[in-house]
Every structure is written in C-alpha cells, then in structure tokens.
Design a protein around this ligand. Structure first.
Ligand SMILES: [Zn+2]
Length: 426
C-alpha cells in the first residue's frame, strides 16, 4: 500500500467513524444496530473508540445513551467533540452504510498493519542471522579453535578462570543469538500465517461483495423491466377507460335523439307498469352491480352503467316491457364495448338496454311485447364471460335496475358465497 492509498484509507476510516458515532448520538434507534454492526477495534482514533466503548457500556447497563450522559460517563471533557460529531452527521439514515464502510476500511487497515509488522520482523530476523553468521565465520577464521583449547592455553589458574568466564559468555551469547533467531522465525511464520488468513478473509469478502453486486444488478434489471411493463399496461388501460366513458356519454345523447325521432311510434305501444326479469327466473345471481365496482378488464374503479347477470351462452333474453326497438346493432366504433346490443324504448319514458348478446332476435323499429325474446346471451364486446348486461334509463338518465325488481329474490356472490342482495346491500 502506497502513501496515497494509506491517506485515502485513513480519511475514509475517519469519516465512517464520525458517521457511525454521529448517527448514534442523534438517533437513539441507531445505537443498538451500530453496537451490533461494528467493534471497538474497528475505530482507529482513540477518542472515537472511547466514545463507542462508553455507548457500549451505558447501553449494556440499560441506561439512556444521550450525548449528555455519554459526556458525563467519559469524565465531562467530550462536550465539544460530541457536539462536533453531531454537527458532522445531519442524519442517521446512512448509519448502516457508515458501519459497512467502517468495517471494510478497518479490515484493510489491519491488513496493512500486519504487513508492516511482518516486514519489520523479517528485517530483525535478517539482522540476527547476519550477526550469527559473522560469529561463526570469526570462529572458523580462527582455525580449529575449540573452547577446550582456549581453556588449556591458560598459563595460570587466574587466566584459566578468565578464559572459562569468557568461554561461558561466548557460549551464552551464541545460545542467545540462536534462541532469539528461533523465536524470530516463529514470530515471522506466525505473522505470515495471520497475514495469509487476513488476505483470504479479504478475498472472500471481496468475492461475496462482487457476487452480491452482480445479483443486485440482475435484480435491478428485472425490476426495471417489470416497472416498464406496468407503466405500459397502465397507459393502455387508461386509454381504454377514457374510450368507455366517452362512448357511454355519446350513447346517452344518441338514445335521446332516437326517442325523439321515433316518439310517435313509441307512444302507440302501451307499456306495463312493472318490469319483467329479462332472463328466466332462476338466473337471479348478479355478478356485478350498478355504479361503483372494479372494472373486470382494467381492475380499476369504474362506474358501471347497469347490472351483469351471468347465464350460459344462447340463453334467451326477454323484453322487460313492451315497447319499440330503437337500436339493434353490433356495437362498433366508440360503442364496440356493448357488443351486440338491443335498446327498447317504452311509452312510460323508460328504456331498457341488453348488451353482449351472442345473437340479436329483433331489428330497429320492431314492436315487442313484454317477454318476447330479443336476443341470446353471449360475450361480445367488452366482456370477460357469457352474461347479460342490463341497463334501465328513465328520461335518458341511467337508473339502478335492481330498484325495479324489489319483489324478486336476487342474489350476489360475496366471498364465494351466495348472499341475498337486499341483505347484502343493507
Ligand atoms: Zn355490465
């Protein structure tokens, strides 16, 4: 690691230390997670490590960990330093990120320190070995010098004692050199092992980080794709919904026009006071009510203009009242959503509409009696299954059809159960 890298690493560490402590100081909620995420050894700056320790001990004792208590716990001299830390960290929202950087940086820092120590130990070992070699070489240069010959070369007892002392010192010294050499070698290989372990740990962490990053990228890509799909679908559905509203409004004015146009004819067919149920009596379970409901196609809230009565394909549809057929067409253009539909105007100022038919059985201008078959159930137009969509208008204002069948037993499907409509509406 060069000087520049070391400087960057130490700045990163300091920033992360401040971020972690600042988050703990300004937000009590961050204390627990931070105590779990980082260790005191991760802090390089002694003041910071002390503050973290203070938090740890106060928290461990179940005490409140606000800045005032932390300062008191540390002897009262950290007031300004704590205030500065809080100033430097405007939000605790990034606490986890600070903790991650702190752990990562401190691991790199430890690696660097171990590397330095190893280099020093290797240097010491080399120096000791050089010294040992010099001594051995010196002995060799002296020829066949043995400790005994030195001893026996003494001319008197006092010299012998001196020589004896000298030999002992030499032996001691040699032993010391060898001992420390052995110790150093052990130290070097221990530190080499630690370094290797730390490097492996670092590599494993890096590998995991890269795998996580790759996975995140894949997930992000998938998420983007999904969001795009949802956006596209929403745009499409919004456009469809707008079409439908426009067509419903257009149909209202179209009905007014037709009723005016055929007024003379309509007034000649006397209508009954009540409405006949437009399907056989046992087809009495509604799948959708008038007004507020979720559109079955868009899934969005929609104002439903009639009621939906499911029935098998080709079930005969009956005229609810005697009257004159003012429309019998296959919906197209902006009316495509009704599919094959029939509209009957009645002399009492009401009109009834029958939509999504498989086949129509009447044509425009035809007089129909109450109960005549006007068409057959189908799923044409904007429909998700065989059913009759039935509308009632009075003076071209749409009405809730069920209000004309208060005496009839009608049902709705609610949470998969058949429920009496009038109970359900209460
Ligand atoms: Zn409907």
């Amino acid at each position: 690691m060069n000087q520049e890298q070391q400087k960057i690493l130490s700045e990163r560490l300091l920033t992360a230390e401040q971020g972690v402590l600042g988050s703990m100081l300004i937000d009590g909620e961050a204390i627990g997670p931070m105590l779990a995420a980082v260790r005191p050894e991760d802090f390089q700056r002694p003041e910071n490590r002390n503050i973290f320790q203070a938090f740890r001990e106060l928290y461990g004792q179940g005490k409140a960990c606000d800045p005032i208590l932390v300062n008191e716990y540390m002897g009262g001299s950290y007031r300004q330093y704590l205030a500065d830390l809080m100033e430097l960290t405007p939000t605790a929202a990034n606490a986890e990120e600070y903790a991650r950087v702190l752990r990562e940086s401190s691991r790199l820092w430890r690696l660097r320190t171990i590397g330095d120590k190893l280099a020093q130990a290797e240097q010491d070992e080399q120096d000791q070995f050089d010294l040992f070699c010099r001594r051995v070489r010196y002995m060799e240069e002296q020829g066949e010098v043995s400790y005994w010959s030195i001893l026996f070369s003494s001319s008197d007892f006092s010299e012998l004692l001196d020589n004896y002392m000298m030999i002992e010192e030499i032996i001691d010294y040699d032993n010391q050199v060898i001992d420390s050499l052995v110790a150093l070698q052990e130290k070097v290989s221990a530190e080499r092992a630690t370094l290797k372990e730390a490097q492996a740990e670092q590599e494993e962490a890096k590998r995991q980080q890269e795998a996580a990053r790759a996975e995140l990228k894949t997930q992000e890509g998938e998420m983007d794709k999904l969001i795009q799909e949802i956006n596209d679908r929403e745009d499409e559905l919004e456009a469809k919904e707008k079409d439908l509203q426009v067509s419903a409004q257009k149909l209202d004015s179209e009905i007014k026009r037709l009723e005016r146009e055929m007024a003379a004819q309509i007034s000649q067919v006397k209508s009954e006071s009540g409405f006949l149920w437009p399907l056989s009596s046992n087809r009495n379970i509604l799948s959708s009510l008038y007004a507020g409901r979720l559109d079955p196609i868009t899934g969005k809230p929609d104002s439903h203009t009639g009621i939906d009565i499911p029935a098998p394909k080709n079930t005969p549809i009956l005229a609810a009242k005697s009257g004159v057929v003012v429309t019998s067409i296959k919906g197209s253009g902006s009316y495509w959503s009704y599919g094959n539909y029939v509209l009957i105007a009645h002399s009492d100022g009401t009109s009834t509409l029958y939509a999504h038919m498989e086949k129509r059985n009447v044509s425009k201008g035809q007089v129909v009696k109450q109960g005549d078959v006007v068409g057959y159930v189908g799923t044409t137009g904007r429909s998700t299954g065989n059913h009759l969509h039935f509308e009632v208008r009075s003076g071209s204002t749409r009405k809730d059809p069920v209000n004309y069948f208060k005496d009839k037993a009608l049902y709705v499907q609610s949470s998969g159960k058949k429920v009496a409509l009038w109970d359900w509406m209460k």
